[in-house]
Design a binder for this molecule. Structure first.
Ligand SMILES: *Cc1c(COP(=O)(O)O)cnc(C)c1O
Length: 564
C-alpha cells in the first residue's frame, strides 16, 4: 500500500516520446508536458491513459496531398514495462480484463511520475474486446464509449489494484475521463453500504475531482445516445447512477465531468470566459496552458541559456533575463536551428531551401476551424509578396482525423496551392507530423503562423514552443495569443481584435495576414535585422518565461490540487 497522497492525472492521450505514439495533437502533448513538470516539481502524481497499440495513425501523402492512413507498428515491450496488477470493467454484460504497462518520467531533481497505459489485448478477452485499446480516436461511437469506460472506470480500478489508495485529486484532462466519477461514486456507495446516492456523496466526489475542458464549442464534446450507453453499461451495476449520466437523453461527457468536478478550468483566459457562457451554472476558472521548457528549447539554444541564465530549467521565470543575451548570439543559435531544419527538409524533399530566405512554419492538426489553408487564399498575392520581398519559404505539416473529410480536402488544397506558387515560393508539406518534427519546426523557422477561426482555438501551444526558441508568432488573436501578443514586441497579430465576423469572412483575415507580411514582417526581416532579433529576444523573455508548464502547474497546485 502506498502511503503517499497522489494526484491522479487521467488523459485519453499522452504524448511524451516519438516512439510511444499514443497522442494525436495538442491535448496529448499538453498531458506529457504537464507530467514532465510534475516530475520536475516533485509533485506526487500518477498518470493513466490507454495503450493505443496501433497508435493514432501513420500519415503518408501522395503527390496530390491525399492522406493515406496506416496503423503505427510500435513495439510496446521495447518502450514500456508490463506491471503485475489486473483490473476489469463490465462492457455489454461481459467482463473485460485489463492490464497496465508503465513508464516513468524523471524530473530535473529526481522526482518520478509513473504513467500507466491500460491494455485490453489479453487472451482472456474476446477477439473484438481485445481491440478496445488499439486505436486512439478510432472506430465508431460504441468503440469510443467503450474506450472511455476503460479509461475512467478501468483507470480507477487499476490504480487500486496497483496499491494507490490515497488519491487526493483526480484530474480529468478533457471529458473523456469523466467515468472516473462514476467509479468513485460506486466506491462511496459500497463503503457506505447504500444503493442510492445523496447530495453529500456528490459533494464528496467533487472535493476530489478537477476537470480541465479544452473545447470551446459544444459540438466538439463527446456525446452518446442513451440506448447506446445503456447497452454498453448493461450489467455494470450503475442502475441508480443513470440519473447522473444523461442530459436530455444523451450522455455528454463534458456535462458528466462538470457534475463531478469541484474545480473546473478552461485553458486560456478567453477560453475560460467562453466556457462560462457555455455552462452558465458552473463556476469555471482558467489556467493558461504552457509547454515544458527544457523539452522544447532546441539543443541550439540550450547552451546559450545555460551560459546566460544558469538556472533556467529549475526556474523558467528567469528566462526573462534573455534580454541580457547579445543579439549576435541569439541570431547564431537561431541560424543553427534553421540550418538543421532546412537540411532535414532538403534531404527528404529535395526542395532546395535557402538558409537566408524568410521561412514561415505552420504545423498542427488539420481541421476546418484551424483554417490550415488560409495563407493560400490568394496565391497570386502571396507570390507577389515573395517576389517583392526577397523570397519566402513555407513548411507545413499536420494530420487530419481519418473521418475528417473537410480536413483531408484542406491538405489537398494546400499541396495544390504550393504547386501553383512553386515558381516563386519554395514550399513543402511534410507528412506525419510528430514530436520530433514539431521540435525541428518550432525552433527552425523564422515566423510561426497560426490562423484559427476565433473563438475556436481554446489555447494553442505550438506558438509557445516557438517562443522558447526565439521564434515570434504571426497569429489570429485567439486562445493564448490574446495574452501573448504584444504587437511588434513579441510578434504580430492578424487583425486587431478577435473578430466575430471572421468566421464568415476568412478572405478578410487572409488580406490582413498578407498586409502584415508585406508591410511589416518581410521588410523587417530583410532590412532591419537588429530589430527583428530584438523581437526574437522579447519572445523568449516575455513569453518563454511565462507560457510554460512550470508556471501552469504551479497554478494547478495552488488553485486545484492543494486548495485550502
Ligand atoms: C504542440 C503540438 C501540437 C499542438 O499544436 P497547436 O498549436 O496547439 O495546435 C500538435 N501536435 C504536435 C506533434 C505538437 O508537438
Amino acid at each position: 500500500m502506498r502511503k503517499q497522497r497522489y494526484i491522479a492525472y487521467f488523459s485519453m492521450e499522452i504524448g511524451l516520446d516519438v516512439n510511444i505514439p499514443t497522442y494525436s495533437g495538442g491535448l496529448g502533448i499538453l498531458a506529457g508536458d504537464t507530467i514532465r513538470s510534475a516530475a520536475d516539481e516533485e509533485i506526487p502524481m500518477v498518470a493513466v491513459t490507454l495503450l493505443h497499440r496501433k497508435g493514432y495513425f501513420f500519415q503518408k501523402l501522395d503527390e496530390v496531398g491525399a492522406q493515406i492512413e496506416q496503423p503505427v507498428d510500435w513495439k510496446v515491450e521495447d518502450c514500456l514495462q508490463e506491471v503485475p496488477g489486473r483490473a476489469s470493467v463490465i462492457i455489454e454484460g461481459r467482463e473485460v480484463l485489463l492490464r497496465a504497462w508503465k513508464t516513468e518520467v524523471r524530473g530535473i531533481s529526481g522526482g518520478v511520475v509513473p504513467i500507466f497505459f491500460l491494455d485490453a489485448d489479453l487472451p482472456e478477452n474476446t477477439e473484438p474486446d481485445r481491440t478496445f485499446t488499439h486505436y486512439l480516436y478510432g472506430g465508431d461511437a460504441r468503440y469510443r464509449l467503450c474506450q472511455e469506460v476503460i479509461l475512467g472506470i478501468g483507470g480507477v480500478r487499476i490504480l487500486r489494484a496497483l496499491g494507490y489508495k490515497y488519491i487526493v485529486k483526480y484530474h480529468m484532462n478533457e471529458g473523456h475521463a469523466a467515468f472516473l466519477g462514476v467509479e468513485l461514486m460506486n466506491e462511496v456507495l459500497q463503503i457506505r453500504k447504500r444503493k442510492l446516492f445523496s447530495d453529500s456523496d456528490i459533494a464528496k466526489i467533487k472535493s476530489r475531482c478537477v476537470f480541465t475542458t479544452h473545447t470551446p464549442v459544444s459540438a466538439g464534446h463527446d456525446q452518446f445516445p442513451r440506448d447506446l450507453v445503456e447497452r454498453v453499461l448493461e450489467g455494470g451495476k450503475i442502475g441508480e447512477l443513470k440519473d447522473l449520466l444523461f442530459h436530455e437523453n444523451v450522455l455528454n461527457m463534458t456535462y458528466l465531468a462538470l457534475k463531478f468536478a469541484g474545480y473546473i478550468n478552461g485553458v486560456a483566459k478567453k477560453h475560460g470566459e467562453i466556457s462560462r457562457h457555455m455552462f452558465g451554472t458552473y463556476s469555471i476558472d482558467s489556467i493558461t496552458n504552457g509547454v515544458h521548457a527544457a523539452t522544447w528549447v532546441s539543443p541550439r539554444f540550450q547552451p546559450l541559456f545555460d551560459r546566460y541564465i544558469p538556472n533556467w530549467k529549475q526556474d523558467n521565470f528567469s528566462l526573462r533575463y534573455a534580454l541580457n543575451i547579445p543579439r549576435e548570439e541569439i541570431w547564431a543559435a537561431h541560424e543553427e536551428a534553421k540550418a538543421e531544419l532546412l537540411k532535414h527538409v532538403n534531404r527528404i524533399t529535395n526542395v532546395g531551401m535557402n538558409n537566408k530566405v524568410l521561412t514561415i512554419g505552420f504545423a498542427r492538426r488539420i481541421t476546418p476551424y484551424k483554417r490550415n489553408d488560409l495563407l493560400f487564399s490568394d496565391v497570386k498575392r502571396l507570390m507577389k509578396i515573395a517576389e517583392k520581398g526577397g523570397g519566402l519559404q513555407l513548411i507545413f505539416s499536420g494530420k487530419a482525423h481519418p473521418c475528417d473529410v473537410m480536413g483531408k480536402d484542406m491538405i489537398r488544397r494546400v499541396v495544390a496551392a504550393m504547386g501553383e506558387a512553386s515558381s516563386q515560393i519554395k514550399a513543402v508539406y511534410l507528412p506525419n507530423y510528430d514530436i520530433i518534427l514539431a521540435k525541428l519546426l518550432t525552433a527552425g523557422v523564422d515566423v510561426w503562423l497560426n490562423t484559427p477561426q476565433p473563438p475556436l482555438e481554446a489555447s494553442g501551444t505550438s506558438g509557445m514552443k516557438a517562443a522558447l526558441n526565439g521564434v515570434p508568432s504571426l497569429s489570429i488573436l485567439d486562445g493564448w495569443w490574446l495574452e501573448g501578443c504584444i504587437e511588434g514586441v513579441t510578434g504580430w497579430a492578424i487583425g486587431t481584435i478577435p473578430n466575430p465576423d471572421s468566421a464568415k469572412d476568412p478572405a478578410q483575415d487572409a488580406q490582413l495576414l498578407y498586409d502584415k507580411l508585406e508591410t511589416g514582417i518581410v521588410p523587417l526581416y530583410n532590412n532591419d535585422r537588429n530589430r527583428y532579433i530584438d523581437i526574437m529576444r522579447n519572445t523568449i523573455a516575455l513569453n518563454g518565461s511565462f507560457f510554460n508548464t512550470q508556471r501552469m502547474l504551479q497554478e494547478y497546485v495552488l488553485k486545484a490540487y492543494f486548495e485550502p
